[in-house]
Design a protein around this ligand. Structure first.
Ligand code: PLP
Length: 443
């Protein structure tokens, strides 16, 4: 295991000369469609620090998009995955199975919300998990339609592009998209025209109207929603929206799917974000944080729904790869041992007041929002709610130059989001916040 010193250190400009050399090789050999946020090539990473090939050490407020919640190369992940690598790397669970897959499914049944009998199926990526949740819901209900939300993001395969709201960069030029996908409003408090206090009730009423009048609830297999919209801008639906939707789904025999690929595994201060309002989804999709950086994803849910797909109907060559399963068991062990939900809540307690104080100082910050270690600021033209994407990109760039990895997101490209590893030290967290404040002052 690499031990990366937990301190920021800049020894060259960012990106440095070796990174620039590699960026030139990337430009020649890697398809342009694979974009890069910060062209700093990584040598090693751990805890809250990413070290690049020039010897710069950057503070990580991105976690590889909410993946390395337990830190990069976390000890238990390395230990378990290495042992598995030495034993066997692949047999294909559908050919000759192995215990790790079953153990991950058992852990998922225990950790996800609800005490009903649950089963799981494992896959490689978040998009694949969402696709399979839809397959399972259709097999169970024998209905075609899928309902998704404004600002939703579910992946880059054909079906999940159809489920995703934002055109650029995810969908532009890649259609036609899968049919029987219907989009309804999300209770986005900050931008709800009649005010945040009305968002839950009115957005639900509109969603219900579309489902019952335009689609026909009897044709809907699944309602698929992120408990906090991630790529769409870290939008926590107004309180009451999710429980109303879940109750509506139940009433109409619709499978309620929580896409917890970004919010799950301790990120928001609970094991899963839908616990916040006591919502128990029928199916839950997970990926990202589940395996400490190895590719693994899952659909977990009510046993009778999960069993609706015929034998052989679900799977894939690599789904639930043994090394990825071992890594997941190491990541879950770390989350339990270090009580990472509590660490996520603590990160929120440190970050939110600092960011709110910045909001007082910098009127470009329209809103500070999020839960636990999934925090964002939405940038607008002062005195309005006009999104300011250019400023958002400039603040992110200023942070990168100072050695802080931050990401942007949002339908309007005007949200700066923070997803530190949950194991980050408080000194690094404070230093990162100082850099953000300096970046706002500078731009
Ligand atoms: C909520 C949500 N769903 C699905 C996905 C797709 O996951 P993957 O990139 O692993 O396919 C993502 C990835 O950002 C996500 O945030």
């Amino acid at each position: 295991m690499t031990e990366v010193p937990q301190e920021r250190r800049l020894v060259t400009e960012v990106p440095g000369p070796r990174s620039r050399e590699l960026a030139a090789r990337k430009a020649a050999a890697v398809a342009d469609g694979v974009g890069v946020t910060l062209p700093v090539f990584v040598a090693r990473a751990g805890g809250g620090v990413v070290e690049d090939v020039d010897g710069n050490r950057l503070i990580d407020f991105g976690s590889g998009i909410a993946v390395t919640s337990v830190g990069n190369s976390a000890a238990a992940v390395v230990r378990r995955a290495s042992a598995q690598l030495a034993d066997f790397t692949h047999t294909c669970f559908m050919i000759t199975p192995y215990e790790g897959y079953v153990e991950v499914a058992e852990q998922l049944a225990e950790l996800t919300p609800g005490d009903h009998p649950k089963k799981s199926a494992l896959f490689n990526s978040g998009a694949e998990a969402v696709e399979n949740a839809v397959k399972i819901a259709r097999a169970y209900t024998k209905r075609p339609a899928v309902v998704v939300f404004d600002h939703g993001y579910h992946g880059r395969t054909n079906l999940t592009m159809a489920l995703t709201a934002k055109n650029m960069p995810y969908k532009e030029g890649f259609g036609p998209f899968a049919p029987e996908v219907y989009r309804v409003p999300l209770a986005y408090g900050y931008r709800w025209l009649t005010g945040p206090e009305n968002a839950a009730e009115e957005a639900f009423a509109q969603a219900k109207d579309i489902i019952t009048k335009q689609i026909g609830a009897q044709h809907v297999a699944a309602i698929v929603i992120e408990p906090i919209a991630g790529e769409g801008g870290f939008i926590e639906p107004a309180k009451g929206f999710l429980p109303r939707l879940a109750a509506f789904a139940k009433e109409h025999g619709i499978v309620f799917v929580a896409d917890e690929i970004q919010t799950g595994f301790c990120r928001t201060g609970q094991w899963f974000a839908c616990e916040d309002e006591g919502v128990v989804p029928d199916l839950i999709t997970t990926a990202k944080g589940i395996a400490g950086g190895l590719p693994l994803a899952a659909v977990t849910g009510r046993a009778e729904i999960m069993d609706a797909a015929h034998a052989g109907g679900l799977g894939g060559t690599y789904g639930g790869n043994p090394v990825a399963c071992a890594a997941a068991l190491g990541a879950i062990e770390t989350m339990r041992e270090l009580d990472l939900p509590a660490r996520a809540r603590r990160i929120g307690e440190v970050m939110t007041p600092r960011l709110r104080a910045m909001q007082e100082k910098f009127p470009v910050i329209g809103e500070v929002r999020g839960r636990g270690a999934m925090i964002a600021v939405e940038l607008v033209e002062p005195g309005t709610k006009e999104p300011d994407a250019a400023l958002t990109a400039a603040v992110a760039k200023a942070c990168h130059a100072k050695g802080l990895i931050v990401l942007t997101c949002g339908t309007y490209g005007n949200v700066l989001r923070f997803l530190p590893p949950l194991v980050i030290g408080e000194d690094l967290l404070g230093e990162g916040l100082d850099i953000i404040e300096e970046a706002f002052a500078a731009v």
